[in-house]
Write a protein that binds this ligand. Structure first.
Ligand code: CA2
Length: 141
């Protein structure tokens, strides 16, 4: 059976590679998408970004039905969204949380995390490489 993998990205991550390279690096979301597809050619990868909380929740619900693995960088919704937390709790896919930066080492408001309690594992602070690390680790589970 072909592995179905969803990679969901939250608000402002469409700006990756265009601003704040000292925090988020120079890779774009398209670069990351390509890198993951090259690393797992036999998997079916659905890679998306949205700035909308409701759309992100809709996609988590979709992933629950369609995928075995969900890799999610929820951006700032990580720190604010109880609704996202509830959707992730109900999600049947294995959830891997990714952050490009290490939120725990930044502003205090980034230490609240509504995603982590729902995740099997979290990778943070390794830059864009964290996505590939999460994918590789998830495929070895
Ligand atoms: O480090 C991460 O991956 C974050 O999820 C990124 C979020 C931030 O709110 C989280 O605390 C940690 C912000 C994404 C904004 O991305 C930008 C990229 C380039 C330029 C501006 C924003």
């Amino acid at each position: 059976m072909t592995q179905q993998i969803y990679v969901l990205n939250g608000p402002n991550l469409n700006l990756l590679g265009t601003r704040e390279p000292e925090i988020y690096g120079s890779k774009t979301l398209d670069d990351i998408d390509q890198q993951l597809r090259q690393a797992a050619p036999s998997a079916e990868i659905t890679f998306r970004q949205t700035n909308s909380e409701g759309e992100l929740i809709d996609w988590v619900q979709e992933a629950s039905k369609a995928a075995q693995i969900l890799i999610i960088n929820a951006g700032a919704y990580t720190h604010t969204s109880v609704a996202l937390h509830d959707a992730l709790r109900a999600c049947e896919a294995d959830i891997y949380e990714v952050h490009i930066s290490n939120p725990a080492a930044r502003e205090p408001f980034r230490t609240t995390n509504y995603v982590a309690p729902c995740a099997k594992a979290c990778i943070a602070g390794f830059g864009a490489r964290g996505y590939l690390m999460a994918l590789t680790a998830a495929l070895q589970e």
